[in-house]
Design a protein around this ligand. Structure first.
Ligand code: SAM
Length: 483
């Protein structure tokens, strides 16, 4: 950590202290006896840093057992459209725009609260919010194209255009509220929607959800890692079904909920934790693209990852599986539905009707059919990998270069190392508005661009790895059936 990082960290620690004091005053507590403390944390949890899994998060201050109540945030401490619009000017202005969605209204309320600066009672909370986000809506064209895969590029374009559309719709209201630059700009809007998308929790009375002081400091662990998920599926016929059911149905999706009886948001431990370990929360079941879209990060090892490959139109015609069930799992195995749909597709048309029920139940139809399905998938994955602009190996070395970029003192040093990544690196320089001979310390904006670029390259590398694992899986099956 350099000198200025250490100073920033010291300042943030002071800000955290002020914020925890505010939260304690609102009744937020990790203790059974909230009155006894002047800080909201200190009994079970402490704010800590986990550089490899989410940055700032919450650590266990003592051994914690699965199911224990960890944190309670009273209803009066939740930040919602309703709680922010107690301000009369805001409340009247909102009423004049009934066509805006709950999420748009909450976004405007958050920007309005920000515009109050130190006068806002939430100032210590707002001060600790991230300055910018790496959600898909924040992606520029360069990072979007770096995703390389059509459906991911499409998802990023859609996220940006939806955000632009909603921002334009809300701009009259924001002008009426006299919001100033930069809160009025599209970047300001992306910041507020990024805050809401990555930090809100579900509440039954407002579709837009709530910001939950202290409760929104939990970092994410994917549901699906819990081995208990395999219970109840022993009698299923095959492993494909076991995989799909495990990830989709038998998991408790979140470990936090608003409890009307307690009039508070309550957080429970989803597993045992040792002292010092990071306490994590499952926000829900997400693929990496969905994590990127809503939260601006992804997991190297995501049990809920789904990789989609382009499929011939008639594959969809011969079966009734929904499109989004036809994918490849993180471990390289085609999903139950994809395997079943392909088995039927590879069957001669005159036999399809009579053996359809076998395909739907997950059974192999014949040795020949299974081999042709596995050969088809492996060939398809090979073709996709061959058509990608870069290989996995190139992505890996680009990633280790991107990781080093932030440590370089000036852009000239980047330029020296960049010859290996010529095309993409030049596009990066263009997107950042820098020239390779600039002797500048990278600005905050450039760092954010690097972060988003890195996420895009990580995403495509994981996509390609799943395809490679799928080829190995199919080859193993072909060998075992042909041997
Ligand atoms: C609800 S906040 C959690 C607290 C957050 N780290 C903070 O400093 O305020 C959610 C954000 O934390 C980060 N995050 C959470 N879990 C993560 C993980 N497992 N890996 C990387 N980043 C994570 C992402 O930026 C995400 O949008």
């Amino acid at each position: 950590m350099n000198h200025s990082d250490a100073r920033a960290r010291g300042q943030e620690e002071e800000e955290v202290k002020r914020f925890l004091k505010l939260a304690a005053g609102l009744g937020v507590s990790d203790s059974e006896n909230p009155e006894s403390s002047c800080s909201s944390l200190g009994h079970s949890l402490a704010v800590s840093y986990f550089p490899d899994s989410g940055g700032r998060g919450l650590a266990a201050l003592r051994p914690i057992s699965k199911g224990e109540l960890l944190l309670r945030v009273p209803k009066s401490a939740l930040i919602t459209t309703h709680s922010l619009s107690k301000d009369e000017t805001l409340s009247l202005a909102l009423k004049a725009h009934p066509s805006l969605s709950p999420a748009q209204l909450f976004t405007v309320c958050l920007l309005y609260e920000m515009s109050k600066g130190k006068a806002s009672p939430w100032h210590p909370y707002l001060l600790l919010l991230p300055r910018s986000y790496t959600t898909l809506a924040a992606f520029g064209e360069f990072e979007t194209q770096a995703l390389q895969v059509d459906y991911a590029v499409w998802a990023a374009h859609k996220a940006v255009s939806k955000a632009e559309y909603e921002w334009k719709q809300a701009s009259t209201l924001m002008k009426e509220l006299k919001l100033k630059h930069p809160l009025l700009t599209f970047r300001g809007w992306i910041w507020a929607t990024g805050t809401i998308s990555s930090r809100t929790l579900h509440i039954p009375w407002d579709e837009a959800g709530c910001l939950c002081p202290v409760g929104d400091l939990f970092n994410y662990a994917a549901p699906g890692e819990d081995v208990n998920g395999y219970e109840n599926v022993d009698n299923l016929q095959n492993d494909y079904a076991k995989d799909d059911l495990d990830t989709n149905h038998f998991q408790r999706l979140t470990d936090a909920a608003y409890e009307a009886d307690a009039a508070a948001y309550c957080f429970y431990a989803k597993q045992n934790y040792k002292m010092g370990e990071q306490v994590l929360l499952s926000y829900g079941t997400y693929t990496n693209l969905e994590l990127l879209e809503h939260y601006g990060f992804l997991l190297e090892d995501n049990p809920n990852e789904k990789v989609f490959i382009p499929l011939e139109l008639d594959i969809h015609c011969f079966s009734s599986w929904p499109k989004d069930s036809l994918y490849i799992h993180q471990n390289g195995r085609p999903s139950f539905a994809l395997t079943s749909a392909l088995r039927l597709w590879a069957t001669p048309p005159y036999q399809r009707k009579s053996i359809g029920h076998l395909a739907y139940s997950g059974s192999q139809l014949s040795q020949g059919n299974e081999i042709s399905v596995m050969k088809w998938i492996a060939k398809k994955c090979h073709a996709i990998l061959k058509d990608m602009p870069t290989s996995i190996e190139e992505d890996k070395s680009l990633l280790s270069f991107i990781e080093k970029m932030e440590d370089f003192d000036n852009l000239w040093e980047w330029g020296k190392a960049a010859s290996a990544f010529g095309g993409e690196f030049c596009k990066f320089l263009k997107a950042s508005g820098l020239k390779s001979d600039d002797e500048l310390i990278p600005s905050g904006r450039t760092k954010m661009l690097i972060d988003r670029w890195k996420l895009a390259v990580q995403w495509r590398r994981i996509y390609k790895k799943v395809l490679v694992d799928c080829i190995s899986h199919c080859t193993d099956i072909i060998n075992s059936l042909s041997g």
